[in-house]
Design a protein around this ligand. Structure first.
Ligand code: ADP
Length: 347
């Protein structure tokens, strides 16, 4: 069996899959964790007491979601000490995520023993094929060399997964397929895929860049950060919170949840209507620019909570893309299944 772990700082999500056919057999979340070791012990106990597994030996491999793989990890890797050191080193680029991901990996060794096989699947890896003219910011070049300042992109596992599914539905090989994939959830990003490879994506050095999101502003004039820090007399940390947690749908109309925003808009709430218009406008901007760089595409793909469920958002976008005769797919993303699939190759 394949155990997939998404280890955060305060919770661990987990799913168990059959090795043979990747059928999902169990999923759960352990919240308010006090330590990662304790949480993994709890998960193992839970799987045993529910008769899902007889012993820990039933687990063939553990696949972990790791947020940041920097420029070092271009694909999923089997975990060893060197990999763990690198994940730790990359914590400066993802201080909220990589340390928690690493604690999850260490906890699995602690509970399952040193012989357990583990795999790291990185959110950034799929975007490692983005050429430097699309990933390097036009800032002094030494910031890239000294501090690793460049576009890394995120949601890579999801973009890759839905691209594979779309290619299947088109009856084509992934390496012959050009797509624009849109992962629209609380976080949202667009990816330009040429011959099965990511050549650009809307998130950047952090997940803040690009589309407007549930609570993130996406692209804004960078001078506004300094201007507003002065006006609001706030610290860098406070500004980071404003941009990441108090902006987007939430900042514009008070709710970060599109379902609530839509019901406000139906009651003629002007800010809610404006928020939906801005969200859709910015998605169209990306589709337009990615069409230009891809030159020809097989389809656009919607995924994520909004992409999969909101016909309002899809219809608004497709009203425009239909004019360009673009085919579209709605594909359910399953990042854990994608991690299980990639992990299976290491058994
Ligand atoms: P996360 O990025 O946290 O995984 P999801 O992919 O679950 O988020 O997406 C959450 C978003 O999807 C929320 O804004 C929610 O309102 C929206 N959503 C879910 N179902 C619907 C629906 N039926 N209609 C419109 N929006 C929906």
């Amino acid at each position: 069996m394949i155990l997939v772990i998404n280890s955060g700082s305060s919770s661990i999500k987990y799913k168990l899959f059959m090795k043979s056919n990747l059928k999902e057999i169990y999923s759960g979340i352990k919240e308010e964790i006090t330590s990662h070791d304790e949480a993994i012990y709890y998960i193992l106990k839970k799987l045993k007491s529910n008769n899902i597994i007889k012993s820990k030996e039933d687990i063939d491999i553990v696949g972990h979601r790791v947020v940041h793989g920097g420029d070092y990890f271009k694909e999923a890797v089997k975990i060893d000490n060197i990999v763990m050191d690198k994940i730790s080193e990359l914590s400066s680029l993802a201080p909220l995520h990589n340390p928690a991901n690493l604690s999850g990996i260490k906890a699995v060794y602690e509970v399952f023993g040193d012989d357990i096989k583990q795999v790291a699947v990185f959110d950034t890896a799929f975007h490692q094929t983005i050429p430097s003219y699309a990933s390097i910011y036009p800032l002094p070049y030494e910031y890239y060399e000294k501090y690793g300042v460049k576009k890394y992109g995120f949601h890579g596992t999801s973009h890759h997964y839905v691209a594979k599914q779309a290619a299947k539905q088109l009856g084509k090989k992934l390496e012959d397929t050009n797509l624009i994939t849109m992962h629209l959830g609380n976080g949202a990003s667009v990816c330009a895929i040429k011959n099965g490879k990511s050549i650009d994506t809307s998130m950047g050095f952090t997940p803040l860049e690009g589309l407007m999101m549930g609570t993130r502003c996406g692209n804004i004039d960078s001078s506004l950060v300094v201007y507003l820090e002065e006006k609001l007399n706030c610290t860098n940390d406070e500004m980071t919170t404003i941009l990441n947690k108090q902006s987007g749908f939430k900042g514009l109309c008070g709710s970060s949840d599109l379902r609530e925003v839509i019901s406000l808009a139906k009651k003629d709430d002007k800010k809610a209507k404006l928020a939906i218009d801005i969200f859709i406008y910015r998605i169209k901007e990306y589709i337009g620019s990615y069409l230009m760089i891809l030159e020809d595409i097989d389809a656009i793909v919607f995924t994520g909570g909004i992409g999969e469920n909101s016909s309002l958002v899809r219809d608004e976008i497709c009203n425009t893309t239909d004019k360009f005769n673009l085919k579209h797919f709605v594909i359910h993303t399953d990042e854990e299944l994608a991690i299980a699939e990639l992990s299976k190759e290491f058994i």
